[in-house]
Design a protein around this ligand. Structure first.
Ligand SMILES: [Zn+2]
Length: 473
């Protein structure tokens, strides 16, 4: 049995306060974070939320917990309002039509890029990355049960969840059912008994991704039921932490709670954690504003994945983070300061007296800050204080304890690039793929791979004898 030494206290959105982490099984954490909808590359705003989940997982593992982490891929049914807001569209299908490809091709293309970005940002692969389309049977089973229990109804081929049938609806977002939808778009739809009801399943013979199931033919799922079904299939009733970006609290997570708890009669999750949004240059981020940066956009400007990662995790997850090129530059110099310090520590020769106590007090306070609701900014400040204070004092006697502390810091934050052989192998493979794209005259793909390599801090040089590469400082 795992005996974790870290005793985290996390803010729980549902209970609106700080609570010690409680789990279904001693020493084990099962966590689910809502992942991307793959019709384009996730933006740095999305990555802030994904990296929050990564730091959470790393912190728990460092603290001795056994972690099972899931992050889903939404590959069907995440409808958006059309531009004139008169109808709903499926952005994956829209992209497929635009590119003359199938929706499956679109998802496969962006999925590959999603994992490349994940690697360039040193995000560890989640234990599970389930896709919605792999869990259609689980959704059908859940929906049938919800109809049987009187929580859902069929109307004109579509199946809706009746919000009034679930009295806790609104608890997470602190809305009472009666006040709901004030300030939110009310979906006027003649098929619904109540405008607040949401779709579990839709029928549309023109939809490209559709299934013949016990619910009927030509059907596809609503977005909310996908996450409920994946959680149920992976974790049963044992989910400890459900997390996501704060924009998902309503309606997505509210709907997940209603479906899952009506289905099972059990609580969906013990803790709800939400990461706040990202501002760009103090304002909103948006495709129409031209500032919806993806990691590749940032790498193209000469910044590395480590610098981007550090920029996105350095704020407290419960505070909005203001993203800017100034922030990236500041992250670059902070990382440089740390790298120089590590290098100096490496060069220290054997000493006759090692002072273990000096570093211990910094480590203790790093532990306390990470333990208390993942206070990354304070934890980083402690590390920077250690660098500054030990420079004053002299580093010879503390080198070995400082090195081991910094390797723990990296375990948790993942901000220093550690080059190993598998890394080199991956780089070689990426270069091969890029050169093949150049041979095929697929310049867009070749450029994209070059940007991804820049994100890994790798510069490439082409010459008549082939392509060489080196790591940038
Ligand atoms: Zn979700």
């Amino acid at each position: 049995m795992n005996k974790p030494w870290l005793k985290p206290i996390f803010f729980d959105t549902l209970r609106a306060g700080l609570f010690p982490l409680a789990t279904h099984e001693e020493g084990v954490v099962r966590m689910y974070h809502c992942g991307p909808t793959l019709y384009s590359c996730p933006t740095v705003g999305n990555w802030r939320s994904f990296l929050f989940s990564d730091v959470l997982k790393r912190t728990l593992e460092w603290g001795g917990w056994k972690v099972f982490q899931a992050m889903n891929i939404t590959d069907v049914g995440h409808m958006r309002e059309s531009e004139d807001s008169s109808s709903e569209i499926d952005p994956i299908q829209e992209k497929a039509k635009e590119k003359g490809l199938s929706p499956w091709d679109i998802v496969a293309h962006y999925e590959k890029q999603f994992f490349n970005d994940m690697d360039s940002l040193s995000m560890r692969r989640p234990t599970y990355v389930p896709k919605a389309t792999e869990h259609i049977d689980d959704m059908v089973l859940m929906i049938r049960e919800l109809i049987e229990k009187g929580y859902a109804y069929e109307s004109n081929g579509n199946i809706y969840f009746s919000v009034k049938s679930f009295e806790r609806y609104g608890n997470l977002s602190k809305n009472s059912i009666d006040n709901l939808d004030l300030g939110h778009r009310v979906d006027i739809n003649a098929d619904k008994r109540d405008a607040r009801d949401f779709a579990l399943w839709k029928t549309d013979s023109k939809h490209l991704m559709k299934w013949d199931t016990e619910l009927g033919s030509d059907g596809f799922p609503g977005w909310h039921i996908e996450c409920s079904a994946m959680v149920n299939s992976l974790f049963g009733n044992k989910l400890d932490i459900h997390s996501g970006g704060e924009d998902l609290i309503f309606p997505h997570h509210e709907c997940e709670i209603a479906q899952s708890e009506a289905f099972s009669g059990k609580k969906l999750a013990k803790h709800w954690m939400h990461c706040r949004f990202l501002l760009v240059d103090g304002g909103k981020m948006g495709k129409s504003l031209g500032n919806a940066y993806t990691p590749s956009d940032i790498y193209e400007k000469g910044f590395t994945g480590a610098e981007l990662r550090y920029s996105l995790i350095r704020g407290h997850y419960r505070q909005p983070l203001n993203f800017s090129f100034e922030l990236l530059k500041d992250s670059r110099s902070a990382l440089k300061r740390l790298q120089n310090f590590i290098q100096d520590l490496e060069e220290v020769k054997e000493v006759s007296f090692a002072d273990e106590d000096f570093v211990k007090k910094y480590r203790d306070s790093f532990v306390n800050f990470m333990q208390k609701d993942l206070d990354v900014p304070q934890a980083i400040a402690v590390v920077m204080d250690l660098v500054k204070d030990s420079r004053k004092k002299g580093i010879d006697n503390i080198a070995s304890s400082a090195k081991s502390f910094l390797s723990e810091v990296n375990e948790v934050l993942g901000i220093f690039v550690e080059q190993d052989d598998s890394g080199s192998q991956k780089i070689e493979e990426m270069i091969k793929e890029r050169n093949k794209a150049r041979d095929d005259r697929d310049w867009k793909k070749a450029d994209r791979i070059r940007e991804e390599l820049l994100g890994l801090g790798v510069q490439i040089k082409d010459s008549s004898s082939g392509t060489t590469w080196n790591k940038m400082n």
